[in-house]
Design a protein around this ligand. Structure first.
Ligand SMILES: NC(=O)C1=CN([C@@H]2O[C@H](COP(=O)(O)OP(=O)(O)OC[C@H]3O[C@@H](n4cnc5c(N)ncnc54)[C@H](O)[C@@H]3O)[C@@H](O)[C@H]2O)C=CC1
Ligand SMILES: O=C(O)CCC(=O)C(=O)O
Length: 445
């Protein structure tokens, strides 16, 4: 058994009930054999076991009163996974599926993603099994206030800086920041990112993950003598990442023909009417099926997974983990897909990733392709520290440069370690080396 496999066996035993975390670790480890061969010092320093064990895991009770006056109890999490490069940084997810294994997989991915941005941020992730769907603004506010009443003691602008993820957008960040400020009695807005523009938020943060994804995919296509213009695109999800990926892909000349939510998907061969989707999702918080009230010529199909049976050139999974199974991957390849860009975290199963790579499909891996969100969060932290704001154009230029650099670093690392042009391996290696070197320099913590 190889060294990497033997370490993975130990990690499996230690984290036996966390399949998503083990999936994420296995995917990264698959790229590391040649790195460890060239750098045996990482083996003597036991970097693999250290990097897979969070520095700190916080689990707490969140009690809040619903609109009927009933006391509800949820579980809150914050994992401070790796602080070697900077303050712990990463989003909060509010979704009923959240448990420690989900937060650990997300925090683990965040280590390498944040390293790839080239900015001084470590990795953290958190959230709760609270379901914001169908809750009133008052219920969401009381939940956020209770969540922050515990979380505030563990975070800070130089300690740990949470942001949004599934179920946590501008509304939730506002309530969370308000409670932090109330408890601490200071205007310390660098403690959270994704804030509203009136109290320290950054221009472009709302658009950043989706725009960054498209910049990355565009770069990957150009590198392979292909163009985005004129391509048909299918996007899963209709949340923050999906909406702004759709906007930028359309602006660059592609045609987005389908989007989904957790109930089903819409197919509009004329191209998705994005202003309508934004109104329905961002303002009215409705299900995506209501798109048909305005576009009866479009189709709504129940069941979100079937979206991958639509013929398209480019597939952008932007909803949640394990969205594209091996079966979905086979269908996409049979239908002629040329590229897949992972907007969500770990949206393809490991079997689907292998199938795409074996079939020479261009694959933009999540930890590189969706890094624009956290990179722009780091730019928000810089602006808060400077007490200054950059313009939209300044930030978008920085974002674009970061995505182009991540692509070239991942491509270079892949080639250096014998993987050819394989951005999955390249992103893992480039991210890993940066963090491993910082950990080595800081002793055996
Ligand atoms: N918001 C950000 O800046 C970043 C988000 N991501 C990842 O992108 C993905 C989407 O996040 P956001 O757009 O921020 O969240 P969001 O809450 O704005 O939207 C999530 C979307 O996914 C759909 N969805 C959720 N669970 C689903 C399920 N089980 N099956 C099918 N669809 C489901 C929802 O209906 C919604 O359309 C997540 O994987 C997140 O971790 C990654 C990097 C940054
Ligand atoms: O902006 C951030 O800090 C978090 C973004 C995030 O959660 C992610 O990259 O998955």
């Amino acid at each position: 058994m190889s060294y990497v496999s033997s370490v993975f066996q130990r990690i499996k035993v230690r984290n036996a009930n966390e399949p998503e975390f083990l999936q994420a670790v296995e995917e990264v480890f698959k790229s590391l054999e040649p790195v460890l061969e060239k750098h045996p010092e990482y083996i003597s320093a036991n970097i693999l076991e250290r990097i897979t064990e969070p520095e700190r895991q916080i689990i707490f009770r969140v009690s809040w009163v619903d609109d009927q006056g009933v006391l509800q109890i949820n579980r809150g999490f914050r994992i401070q996974f790796n602080g070697a490069l900077g303050p712990y940084k990463g989003g909060l997810r509010f979704h009923p599926s959240v448990y420690i294994g989900i937060i650990k997989f997300l925090g683990f991915e965040q280590i390498f993603k944040n390293a790839l941005t080239g900015l001084p941020i470590g990795s953290g992730k958190g959230g709760s099994d609270f379901d914001p769907k169908g809750k009133s603004d008052g219920e969401v506010m009381r939940f956020c206030q209770s969540f922050m009443t515990e979380l505030y003691r563990h975070i800070g602008p130089d300690v740990d800086v949470p942001a949004g993820d599934i179920g946590v957008g501008g509304r939730e960040i506002g309530y969370l920041y308000g409670q932090y400020r109330r408890i601490k009695g200071v205007f310390e807005n660098g403690v959270l990112t994704g804030k509203g523009l009136s109290y320290g938020g950054s221009l472009v943060r709302t658009q950043a993950t989706g725009y960054g994804l498209i910049y990355f995919v565009d770069e990957m296509l150009k590198h392979n003598n292909k163009v985005l213009q004129g391509k048909t695109v299918v996007i899963s999800g209709s949340g923050n990442v999906a909406i702004y990926a759709c906007q930028k892909a359309t602006a660059l000349g592609a045609k987005v023909i389908a989007m989904s939510d957790s109930n089903g998907y819409i197919y509009d061969e004329n191209g998705i009417d994005l202003p309508l989707v934004r109104q329905l999702k961002e303002v009215e918080r409705k299900r995506i099926r209501s798109y048909l009230n305005f576009h009866p010529e479009a189709q709504y199909i129940e069941g979100c997974k079937n979206i991958w049976s639509i013929k398209c050139d480019i597939a952008l999974p932007c909803a949640t983990q394990n969205d594209i199974s091996l079966e979905n991957a086979k269908t996409l390849v049979a239908n002629g897909v040329i590229a897949v860009g992972e907007g969500a975290n770990m949206p393809c199963t490991n079997e689907a990733i292998n199938y795409f790579l074996e079939n020479k499909i261009l694959l933009a891996p999540a930890k590189a392709a969706n890094a624009g969100g956290v990179a722009t969060s780091a730019l928000e932290m810089s602006q808060n520290s400077m007490r200054y704001y950059w313009t939209f154009e300044e930030i978008e230029t920085k974002l674009k440069n970061i995505m182009v650099t991540i692509h070239s670093n991942a491509a270079a690392a892949s080639s250096e370690y014998g993987f050819g042009y394989n951005l999955v391996a390249g992103a893992n290696i480039a991210g890993f080396k940066k963090v491993a070197d910082a950990m080595m320099a800081q002793g055996n913590y």
